[in-house]
Ligand binder design. Structure first.
Ligand SMILES: [Zn+2]
Length: 425
């Protein structure tokens, strides 16, 4: 508390010294209560700015930036930007302005009388749209945006849920979802997360003129789950035809992709709220030869592995159920579904991760949940305890290249783990 107070005071003093208004110091430093130091009225900036404004010519125009929000119309956004009615009407007639989406940031250069000098924004397909004066009217032009990509590194410790941790660390949702996918063959994110688990991640961030626009691909990640450290590095290995198929590999070259996902339930911000608590519908696996996942109705259910649809329809206590046949005489079953994924019918091929249906409570179910079974040669097996075969490792010919490419990323993960340990010790 005392430390905060002196910091606040130091901040105020610095501002005062910079403004050259040392005379004000005496009155402020005598204030008995730290709270009194901070009201805006005691800060000298307004006065300092007023002096500068008086000596400078009035600017010819102002650049403003506004974000298109849910519920906005083109007209409300243009009004916030200070664009006058005549130009706003002309702008609203341009087809390009129909590309505004919630989150689109629009910059406008506007004269004090509301006349538009120029307006620009990035369309959802990375096209930079620019509107400028053209004689008496306005003209729009489009050009591909020169996006640049930089690398970001973040780490987080899980205290309540994965998303709470990634939010706190400023890690974008799309990166959190990728992490759940990358480690989805080893970890059931609905059941296995524990308080104290840690993540460190390096990912691409696409930027425009230095500003972060959206996250790209995860390049490397570490997930420490219940004391077990898992690491993944993105690598695109060339196949026989020289095509490069990217995937995530452990530092020794093993593929992180498994023949089956640990959990067929899609991990999302909504379903993740169930991740840390006891499942109300969880019965022992032995009792009914399946695993139950409580989840909100409509949560997406994914094919645990590549396969063919053997059955999709209604079946007694299962309600709406999908049965998939996989290689090696394995089948998986998804029951109590609210509905089926598009194209899910007998004989259809599905790839791992494809949506087979949505969580519901059809059949004998007392609440929305997914009943999941895994059978090997017709015999039910506990999917939570099975050793799962992995996809192919990095080809041995590619290993030197893989190691060279992965080394700096792994060093960064080491660095992140190291700084974190230092912080907690
Ligand atoms: Zn069940």
């Amino acid at each position: 508390m005392i430390r905060n107070l002196s910091l606040a005071r130091a901040g105020v003093l610095a501002v005062l010294a910079l403004s050259g208004m040392v005379a004000a110091l005496a009155t402020i430093s005598e204030a008995p209560d730290a709270q009194l130091l901070l009201p805006k009225t005691t800060l000298p900036e307004p006065l300092a700015i007023a002096v500068e404004e008086a000596t400078l010519p009035a600017p010819a125009s102002f650049i403003r930036e506004e974000r298109f929000q849910r519920g906005d119309t083109v007209a409300t956004l243009l009004a916030r930007l200070g664009i006058g009615e005549t130009d706003a009407r002309a702008l609203a007639r341009l087809p390009q302005l129909r590309l505004f989406r919630p989150g689109t940031t629009v910059a406008a250069d506007v004269r004090p009388d509301g006349t538009l000098v120029s307006l620009s924004f990035l369309s959802p397909r990375d096209v930079l749209v620019r509107v400028e004066r053209d004689g008496a009217g306005l003209a729009a032009s489009e050009s591909p945006a020169a996006l640049t990509t930089r690398q970001e590194m973040k780490s987080a410790e899980i205290r309540s849920s994965l998303f709470a941790a990634t939010d706190a660390a400023g890690i974008p949702d799309s990166v959190a979802m990728q992490l759940a996918d990358i480690f989805g063959g080893d970890v059931d994110f609905h059941r296995d997360l524990r308080r104290g688990d840690r993540i460190a991640v390096a990912y691409e961030m696409h930027t425009l003129e230095g500003r972060a626009l959206r996250a790209g691909r995860v390049l490397a990640a570490e997930f420490v789950n219940q004391g077990r450290s898992l690491r993944a590095v993105w690598f695109a290995a060339a196949d026989a035809e020289g095509r490069r198929n990217g995937g995530y590999y452990a530092p020794d070259g093993k593929n992180l992709r498994k023949a089956f996902l640990r959990s067929p339930l899609e991990f999302s911000r909504v379903s993740s709220t169930f991740g840390m608590r006891k499942h109300p519908f969880l019965q022992t696996w032995r009792a009914h030869q399946g695993v139950d996942y409580a989840a909100p109705t409509g949560t997406r259910v994914r094919a645990a592995g590549d396969g063919v649809v053997e059955f999709a329809g209604r079946q007694g206590g299962y309600g709406n159920v999908v049965i998939l046949r996989h290689g090696g005489n394995n089948t998986t079953l998804y029951a109590h579904l609210n509905g089926f994924g598009s194209g899910i019918r007998k004989g259809a091929r599905v790839a791992q991760g494809e949506i087979v249906g949505f969580v519901g409570q059809t059949g004998w179910a007392t609440g929305p949940h997914l009943h999941y079974e895994f059978r090997v040669g017709g015999t039910a097996r506990d999917p939570l305890r099975m050793a799962l075969p992995a996809a192919l490792p990095v080809p041995s010919a590619d290993l030197p290249y893989f190691r060279a490419q992965g080394a700096p990323l792994l060093a960064q993960l080491d660095f992140l783990s190291g700084t974190r340990i230092a912080l907690f010790e």
